[in-house]
Design a protein around this ligand. Structure first.
Ligand code: FAD
Length: 404
């Protein structure tokens, strides 16, 4: 009997397992997941779940019974410790060894650690797992606490918004002069800076965090020689792909596990998808590693089909969304092309109701709709078409986007 194995307990792992059965595969499927939960998705952990508005059912993809009902062996709390591609074997902590016909590495990413003293003190949090969100919720839910955030990336800003809504004091310490500058550029990053300041966040930009210090009762963050008192600290300075298993197995690694457009690694019958995979994108003809929900959701099924021997290609346009206060946003586009593109705004930037387009060589390579809905498909169609567009028409709300 054919045995397909999936390593990981996130959205890429869960969506791949679902697809194997949906495609009619009736052989053995095993998921090896380090965490204690069935595969789950993480966006609610910094939004509705953190705010206490959504329960675990909004997070978990399927309850454990679903895997049993579908004949999927779900091994939670189990770490895969070694992969032997030549022997087609996967070693598990505890000494067990699984043979496989094909294996998917969906090992995700982990919070980047801050190389400063005090980063491991009690009261210093990161946010990746359900338990991290539970711990933050317990600290923030009654308000009146002083949260100091190090880093102003997406997750950090979402937590800042939730923490303010609970009535906590929030200080955000950011090394760059503008939050989200790497993702959005200065003009759009400033939209988020203004919004957080309007909501009472003490946003301190261009600062250098030197250390975190504490004696068990009081914690301070040392910033440019000054101390900022904190009841809790959240470090949100990005994530690093979990490549250890693949690297030790000799797979090609470069900013994640290198895979082709069918999500095949450099080793036979070994695939990778989700945050850990740096996949060749056939449209822009370069590798892309996307740490986004939609990437895990849609690449998992493509990897599953490739494991079944189907000829498939993953060519989605990267897509991301965020919710902060009353701002909802969707962002589609090819980040490597967006960084040098011209920004075209349609709508009201100050009023936070607009669509931003990134235009490179006359073509749309990215688009972000902020508090404007039901346009994401059109934005993606513009990007996919690769046709030249007139920037004036793009900026003009009286010209329908469909006509461009
Ligand atoms: P992961 O979800 O990281 O899952 C990987 C799993 O593999 C983990 O459970 C890990 O423990 C397990 N694992 C690792 N190594 C092993 C091993 N050796 N053996 C067994 N198991 C192993 N994206 C958006 O687009 N929009 C959002 O609003 C958004 N919000 C987010 C909020 C938070 C708080 C976080 C953390 C992420 C957010 N993201 C968001 C990103 C999105 O959640 C990730 O892109 C997605 O989780 C990636 O899924 P994945 O399956 O690749 O990896």
């Amino acid at each position: 009997m054919t045995h397909l194995v999936i390593v990981g307990g996130g959205l890429a792992a869960g969506s791949a397992a679902e697809t194997l059965r949906a495609e009619g595969f009736d052989g053995d499927v095993t998921i090896v997941a380090a965490e204690q939960h069935p595969p789950y998705q993480r966006p609610p952990l910094s939004k509705g779940y953190l705010a206490g508005k959504e329960g675990a059912d909004a997070v978990i993809l399927h309850p454990a019974e679903w895997y049993a009902d579908n004949g999927i062996g779900l091994r939670t709390g189990t770490v895969a410790t070694a992969l032997d591609p030549a022997a087609h074997r996967l070693e598990l902590a505890g000494g067990e060894s699984l043979g496989y016909d094909a294996v998917l590495l969906a090992t995700g990413a982990s919070p980047r650690r801050l190389p400063i003293s005090g980063a491991d003190l009690p009261g210093v949090h990161t946010l990746r797992r359900i338990e991290d969100s539970d711990a933050l919720h317990a600290e923030l839910k009654d308000g009146g606490r002083r949260l100091v955030m190090i880093g102003s990336g997406w997750i950090g800003l979402e937590v800042a918004a939730t923490a303010r809504e609970f009535g906590n004091e929030v200080t955000v310490l950011e090394r760059d002069p503008v939050p989200l500058a790497a993702a959005l550029g200065a003009e759009l990053g400033n939209v988020f800076a203004r919004m957080h300041r309007e909501h009472g966040v003490d946003l301190r930009l261009s600062v250098g965090v030197e250390a975190i210090a504490g004696d068990g009762r009081a914690t301070v963050v040392v910033v440019d020689g000054e101390t900022v008192p904190a009841d809790l600290v959240l470090v949100g300075v990005g994530a690093v792909p979990n490549i250890e298993l693949a690297e030790a197995a000799g797979l090609d690694i470069q900013n994640g596990i290198l895979v082709d457009a069918s999500l095949r690694t450099s080793a036979p019958d070994v695939f990778a998808a989700g945050d850990v995979a740096n996949a060749y994108h056939p449209v822009i003809q370069r590798h892309l590693r996307s740490e986004h929900w939609a990437n895990a959701l849609n690449a998992g099924p493509v990897a599953a089909r490739a494991m079944l021997g189907q000829h498939v290609v993953f060519d989605d346009i990267p897509y991301f969304y965020t919710d902060q206060y009353d701002l909802g946003m969707e962002l589609s586009g090819y980040a490597p092309l967006m960084s040098q593109a011209q920004l075209v705004i349609r709508g009201d930037l100050e009023g936070r109701e607009f669509i931003a387009f990134w235009v490179d060589g006359g073509r749309v390579v990215g688009g972000m709709n902020v508090n404007v809905w039901d346009v994401n498909e059109t934005v993606q169609a513009l990007i996919r078409s690769g046709e030249p567009v007139d920037a004036g028409a793009l900026a003009d709300p009286s010209v329908s986007l469909e006509s461009l």
